[in-house]
Design a protein around this ligand. Sequence first.
Ligand code: FAD
Length: 489
Amino acid sequence: MSYDYVIVGGGTAGSVLAARLSEDTDVRVLLLEAGSAIPLEAMANPLRWERLFGTRVDWGFSTTAQRHLNGDEIVYPRGRVLGGSSGINGMYHIRGDRTDYDAWAAAGAQGWDYASLLPYFRRSETAPGRDPAYRGTEGPMLVSVPEGRNRLWEAGYEALLEAGYRRNPDGNAESAFGATWNEMNVVGGTRQSVSDNYLRSLRRDNLTVLTEAQAYRVIIEGDRCVGVEYAVRGGAAETVRADREVVLAAGAVASPQLLQLSGVGPAAHLREVGIEVKVDLSGVGGNLHDHLMSQVRYQTPESMTATFSRKPRLLVGGIQIMFVDVVMHPRWKAGPENGFSIVASLEVAESRGSVRLASADPTAAPLIDPNYLSDERDVTALLDGLRIAREVGGTAALSEFHGKELTSGEDDTEFLRRIVYTQFHPAGTCRIGDDENAVLDPELRVYGLTGLRVADASVMPSSIRANLNATVLAIGERAAALIRGETNV
Ligand SMILES: Cc1cc2nc3c(=O)[nH]c(=O)nc-3n(C[C@H](O)[C@H](O)[C@H](O)COP(=O)(O)OP(=O)(O)OC[C@H]3O[C@@H](n4cnc5c(N)ncnc54)[C@H](O)[C@@H]3O)c2cc1C
């Protein structure tokens, strides 16, 4: 069996790639996805995404024991379904600031600056009523601010203004900074995953989508990647050849895992787990970074039960502030249920971790070590985030909702080490660059091989000040354009 392109992973980037590459009717495209094509009913509901953790649409990973978080292992959900993590995520559509991308280009990822990426952000979305100089008008992902209103979230927005932050009418346009209303990938009250919008309506003879098919490794002959070994529902291993290219779009955990299983990675680690080294590429699986969040918590006399409504967000420096309609407790302690939290997330992380193999078995979960808060600058920045959250929480606009902040009885630094959560944004494990630790050249080709690219959240060189999905859409769009040899958009 052979195709022109074999794409591994039908998540955010993989769905975009499959749709765009198969627009050329003379190429044959295979998309391999480990998860099912059948969604769980709860995936549609924008208020129930956290209940998807640990179900069949989640890989169910946890991190290794985190040294700087008192040895805790952190739950680390990843989508395992057609649509990938866009099928289980919080549906916020946020681009980040232009300076984030300009920093990528300055660090060696030529062509990934904001001006170069803007056409691909635009191509991926339709954002009605927005400035078309920045926003898409014909893309598959329909994005908008929800129409519903909720007293608490409206007061939260007023609180941001009262605290002195500027109003930003569109945080996905010229600048991401200031107080804004979140856009979401929700239409008519229903989640729009990336596969819903890019793939589901396609009926193309030249596109094959094979679900419940887990890739085990890519096949390398000499210095060329020629195909993929995979198994359907845990059955016997099969192979498929790619006449042109294999594109890994398995996400920031599985793409570096697959490279290492294929003998592409740091030689010493590969030997340690008994894998023959094909390309000694030190950067594979390194540079893992994520957004961490903590929060200040307020008790309220009554439950703040969410409705699907517009929700405010603030970006200030490297901190994002959002609101949650429950009291988020430390992992080790129960507490009162009624209340809300003001969440501060660290959008520019300095700590770096890794994804490594536990063994040469492709079905074994990888070792995910984000090394959270290993860099003291992250602790300082998050403490500043808590200060901002408290400042917002102390405004008159929010005073009618709470009597008191719930404190933990310990200082903020100790509290942080106990209460941080992942915002579910791993990235950077196959980063683009031009230095010796880079994994991909600026056209997303794996160094040392032909016929193999990576295109997903793992390619990001450094943090962006946003939840990742909108950016991964643009990465998928730009990857498809590079593969198709497009020069003009
Ligand atoms: C719980 C949660 C909440 C989030 N909330 C938001 C949010 O509100 N807004 C936002 O912008 N971002 C959010 N994100 C992040 C965002 O959804 C992801 O960063 C983005 O979807 C990543 O896209 P990707 O293409 O890199 O990987 P994924 O979308 O994860 O796709 C990878 C795909 O590869 C498949 N795969 C993996 N291994 C194999 C294999 N060996 N063989 C075959 N297939 C394989 C997986 O099953 C999956 O379908 C959230 C993520 C999570 C998990």
